[in-house]
Design a protein around this ligand. Structure first.
Ligand SMILES: Nc1nc2c(ncn2[C@@H]2O[C@H](COP(=O)(O)OP(=O)(O)OP(=O)(O)O)[C@@H](O)[C@H]2O)c(=O)[nH]1
Length: 401
């Protein structure tokens, strides 16, 4: 609340924000509404002012005074209508405030000029001045200082002209002056209250919007953090494949689904051959590079429905739902060949990378994932014992190559 107070402090006399930035922001926010209201009030005021010509006619008849009054009314009305059009079209309230204030001076002048032309109808004119004073304060929004100045101009001008042309006695003049002072005080206080209340409401709304924005940004930040954390928890940092824990969860679900659907489920255990030698010969950095390349080969050569994971070290695992033993052999063999054909960095051109793949197939419901892993592992080590760089399948544990 304290930041709200300093940012959006409202001046006690003008009812506007003390800070220029806040004030112009507020004005911009109400611009279109004020523009519309200014046009509407101006048109209504101009028409009412013009309609007084009917009473002029009944009181004065077709006389010189009547024509003069009519010409003045037509002038004021046309000018007001023209201003309404200009404000509606170009009257950016935040910048062209003077344009919105102009009608006040114009209408005030019109009302003052009626006194010498119709001095006999002074009581009606006093009412008109009181109404106009209130309208200045209440109908032209956010121009408290301008409205106060225009009202003073109207009231003093009216009194001076009334004294000069309507032979006003001192007591009557005092009564009218007091009445006008009262109208000004009421109008000023009402507008001051409205102005500061509207601005306080704006400040609260703005602060709330800011907080909502911050909240929104915090939610976005936390969501991205959550995604990052999930990535860290589920992915292998080197290869980007599923890590062992996450792979096991996914593979378990796939196996259950395959058993429900009564379709065979394949499992590959892939191990890079002589990886220690690679590390020892070319260093761990090159060893890591080989691992990422093999991971890429796995991703590229397997189906999107197959789930691949890094089981640990230089071991990879693949879960292949709905695959026949023949297809599993064929896929594993293709993978093995692709690893052997890996394009290598220049300094490693003497390396012949290879993998040994152990396959286990689940045909029935009584095989669980652990059993499959054990069988695939047995096949993998059988392949290693028999010379590496080959595919061995549990379903039919013969060497494919
Ligand atoms: N560069 C690298 N090396 C790793 C990583 N994880 C494990 N290793 C190394 O991989 C090597 C695996 O060696 P072994 O288990 O003896 O297997 P191998 O040399 O591949 O031999 P066979 O599997 O019998 O063909 C070890 O030297 C590990 O230190 C890794 O993330 N990056």
């Amino acid at each position: 609340m304290s930041s709200l107070k300093t940012h959006y402090q409202v001046h006690w006399l003008t009812g506007q924000f003390c800070g220029g930035g806040s004030e112009s922001m507020y004005r911009q926010s109400i611009e279109s509404r004020v523009r519309f209201e200014s046009c509407l009030y101006l048109i209504v005021a101009a028409l009412i002012f013009g309609m007084f010509a009917i009473s002029d006619y009944y009181l004065l008849g077709i006389t010189r005074e009547f024509y003069l009054l009519l010409a003045m009314r037509i002038g004021v009305v046309s000018f007001c209508l023209m201003l309404a059009f200009i404000i509606g079209r170009w009257g950016g309230y935040s910048r062209k405030v003077w344009l919105h204030a102009l009608p006040l001076w114009l209408l005030a002048t019109g009302i003052i000029l009626i006194v010498p032309l119709r001095p006999e109808s002074l009581p009606t004119q006093v009412t008109a001045v009181v109404v106009a004073t209130m309208a200045f304060y209440l109908l032209i929004p956010n121009l408290l200082t301008v409205a106060a100045l225009a009202s003073l101009y109207l009231n003093i001008g009216f009194l001076v002209f009334a004294v000069l042309f309507a032979a006003l006695g001192p007591m009557t003049m005092l009564r009218i002056a007091l009445l006008l002072i009262m109208a000004n005080v009421v109008g000023f206080c009402a507008l001051l209250r409205i102005e500061s209340l509207q601005r306080k409401q704006f400040a609260l709304l703005h602060e709330e919007r800011g907080q909502n924005q911050q909240l929104h940004e915090e939610i976005v930040r936390r969501k991205s953090l959550e995604t990052q954390l999930r990535e860290v928890a589920e992915r292998d940092a080197l290869t980007g494949l599923n890590n062992r824990g996450h792979f096991m969860n996914l593979a378990e679900k796939l196996l259950q689904h395959s058993q429900l659907e009564k379709v065979p489920f394949g499992f590959f255990m892939i191990d890079v051959d002589h990886f220690k030698v690679i590390n020892d010969t070319w260093g761990h950095r090159h060893g890591d590079w080989i691992l990422t390349k093999i991971a890429e080969v796995c991703v590229q050569s397997l189906r999107p429905t197959d789930v691949i994971g890094r089981f640990g070290g230089e071991e990879f695992v693949v879960a292949l739902p709905n695959i026949s033993p023949e297809d599993a052999q064929m896929v594993a063999e293709r993978l093995r060949k692709q690893v052997a054909d890996l394009p290598l960095q220049k300094e490693m051109e003497k390396l012949c990378p290879s993998v040994t793949i152990g396959i286990a197939i689940a045909h029935t419901q009584d095989v669980d994932l652990e059993t499959l892993i054990t069988r695939a592992d047995q096949m993998l080590y059988s392949g290693k014992r028999q010379g590496r760089n080959r595919v061995v399948m549990y379903d039919n544990p013969r060497i494919i190559r």
